[in-house]
Design a protein around this ligand. Sequence first.
Ligand code: M6R
Length: 622
Amino acid sequence: MCGIVGYIGPRQAYPILIKGLHRLEYRGYDSAGCALISDTDNHLNIYKAKGKVSDLERSATGKDISGSVGIAHTRWATHGEPSEVNAHPHLGRSGYITLVHNGIIENYATLRAQLIKKGFSFKSETDTEVLVQLIEYTQQKLNCGLGNAVRNALRLVIGAYAIAAIDSRRPHELVCARKSSPLAIGVVDDNSEFFIGSDAAPIAEYTDRIIYLKDEEVAVITRDAPIKVYDLKGHEAEKEIQHVSLDLAMLDHEGFPHFMLKEIFDQPKVLTDCMRGRIVESPYGHQPAVALSAVTRHRRELLRAKRIVIVSCGTSWHAGLIGKQLIEHFCRIPVEVAYASEFRYSEPVIEHDDVVIAISQSGETADTLAALRTAKDHGALVYGIVNGVGSSIAREADTGTYIHVGPEIGVASTKAFTGQVTVLAMLALALGIAKGTVSQEEYETTLRELSAIPAKIERVLLQNDKIRLLAENFTYAHNFLYLGRGCNYPVALEGALKLKEISYIHAEGYPAAEMKHGPIALVDREMPVVFVATNHDALYQKTISNMQEIISRHGRIIAIVTEGDEQVKAMVHKTIEVPDTISALTPLLTVIPLQLLAYHIAVAKGLDVDQPRNLAKSVTVE
Ligand code: M6R
């Protein structure tokens, strides 16, 4: 939610800031702005626009965009509607200090009232403007530099923030700070340039040397000098530089019309990457074996777990539901799957020998991070399953496994979901074989099947054109039902979420049999019903009975079936086939046509697939 970028160094800042904003636009895109201290007269130039970064570029055309220090922002509105006046950067009353912010200042109303009493006035409805005026007030009161003013002002703040601030009287300086919102600082070897970003994406092409601030740390960055980091009390902190490399090609469409489609098509390759070095040949022969370093390191704690709790949100929560089935099947350990946002406020019963798995693509979701901290406070071992390398959840978890699917830019999560399920399958198998709850034969068969999944996804992707044509028939719909049973029930939920978020069509995912207890009342000739009905287990015939119930009420069925399934084909409106695999791994194949279906319906409706309204990729506020 909101992306922030900053630069200080010898180059012109504007092109770096704009490129960085484009790279962070997935985090929010309802307005954008930038501030630069002009090369010519140290004047502070601020440009803002409602809309996307391209609108900001248009509004800055022909104006003074010179300057080698600057900050910029792309917004996802929390306080105050998307508008130019509410866009960041916000300006202090003296006209020198300006600030960009990601997060929520929870006590902003109290602070605002106190500042109004002291004669401050406000132009916007944002909590951020309160923060910049508070810094301004603190600076005047203490007669100090920007770093000290920021640090002392933040001591009065309750809430979450990642901020970057500049003062046009101090063009040699940029100050940033964070608490519960992400912030990365890129440092060029000789301290000649510094890059700020909400994540490494806007920094990666300039340097791989990154400093991550901890909560309540303030960094004072001065031209050509080593960076200084302080806690809010003013104690200097030692910071470690981490080497973070990103595959920059992954940050481009690579010839696809949208990131979402590219990321759907990335899946065979990135799932192979995800398994590389983790599914290996056993040292005793040619049998496959799974090797996860986190499991080796924490074997004792993982094996003694009597219970596992999975915490996550959105698509990652759906992956968690599949993880529950995998872990319970292979390890016979009871698993609960909690929405992180509920878990954190639920007085959870966590014993010190429970294991909590936090699943997150971004690694920055505020609720998942808070749930992780709650679990740690209760003494549980926290295992992170994360994509964002160096992200907050990756750093704060006790151990974990990266899904390694590369940056996911489309707001609708696709390859992260299959990456998460792949890691959960490897984790369940690694624990199951160590506990002796899975037979050697089932272990090896499942690993061979898992290794074959990328090639099978390739086969599903060959049906892209067919799914596109099918999708064009459904743009009329206002509602969709997605039904599945067993391993396909979480897939039904995920298919419905994909459709909702990018096509704005209301969709509900349901266990197919549960549909009789209410949602069937919605079914008429207009209602598309997507069944996920693969034929490898006992639930297949039951699902067919559920299909009959829909057919009797004239619903229009699209069925995801196993290749060669003639029975369902003869019954329903449309089928999409997926290759056969074992039950536990079916979601890795059945979700692919649902991703494509949602994508093509949204494209056929002319919608902005990668940046759907009201959403942001990384939900860093609660
Ligand atoms: O980064 P995370 O996996 O923690 O994000 C969780 C959800 O915000 C995310 O999955 C969201 O539901 C996606 N937009 C779904 O496509």
